[in-house]
Design a protein around this ligand. Structure first.
Ligand SMILES: [Fe+2]
Ligand SMILES: [Fe+2]
Length: 231
């Protein structure tokens, strides 16, 4: 039994969005995702997919992309990315109901993996697009959602945590944030995130160990589309 993570499949079975325009590393990315997954993840394993699943503008337009993920072996837990228009955070229960037994959606809840709780939310960081007021609003909303996930897990008796974000845990080149502080407060053992694409972006946030927590970037292009083992 193993825990894997990878993020940012950017699928578009129902939309015309070829990803190789984003660079040669994205060529045939869907086939590579599937082949590498089949070689890596066994049916008894769990994988957290850290957002940006689909280019679809709504659930109908994303259905084929979600079915592609559902057909992969193993237990699949999905996190929300900034491009996942099909996923209304307030209606996560609906997705969980509709895909019950096939996909699990991590938002204002947590999932158990052995004696670990898998907690998380989309997160947010400063990419220079927001006013200070907007930035604060988005950061504090995500901070609240992350705290909900942690506190539900702790109330259920969990003491060991792996924390997942879609956005990097800090804004560019920062070394701490409300998200890293919460990871430290709860004693998370790893913080796993994606969203950063292309060689110039891979170093935007923390990678490696800081204050006893391992930070891992798992964007699919960074991983060359091979799921990364977390536990
Ligand atoms: Fe992405
Ligand atoms: Fe993203």
């Amino acid at each position: 039994m193993a825990l894997y993570a990878i993020g940012d499949f950017h699928l578009s079975f129902s939309a015309d969005k070829p990803m190789d325009v984003f660079g040669p590393e994205w060529k045939n990315h869907v086939e590579r995702i599937r082949e590498n997954w089949l070689k890596t993840v066994r049916p008894e394993d769990t994988a957290v997919i850290t957002g940006d699943h689909s280019w679809g503008r709504n659930l109908e337009a994303s259905r084929a992309d979600l079915e592609f993920i559902a057909a992969l072996p193993g237990r699949k837990i999905l996190l929300r990315g900034n491009h996942d228009m099909f996923w209304d955070a307030k209606k996560t229960w609906k997705l969980n109901e509709e895909f019950a037994g096939r996909l699990e959606f991590l938002q204002n809840n947590f999932y158990a993996y052995g004696n670990f709780a898998l907690v998380g939310t989309k997160g947010y960081c400063d990419e220079g697009r927001d006013t200070p007021e907007q930035l604060e609003k988005l950061l504090s909303r995500e901070e609240g959602r992350l705290r909900t996930s942690f506190s539900m897990a702790r109330a259920a008796g969990y003491r060991r945590f792996v924390m997942f974000l879609h956005y990097p845990p800090t804004s560019i080149y920062e070394r701490e944030s409300r998200f890293t502080r919460m990871a430290e407060e709860y004693g998370a053992e790893a913080v796993v995130y994606s969203h950063c694409h292309g060689r110039k972006r891979y170093g935007d946030s923390i990678r490696g160990y800081k204050n006893g927590i391992e930070y891992k970037l798992v964007s699919s292009d960074y991983l060359r589309f091979v799921p990364e083992r977390i536990l």
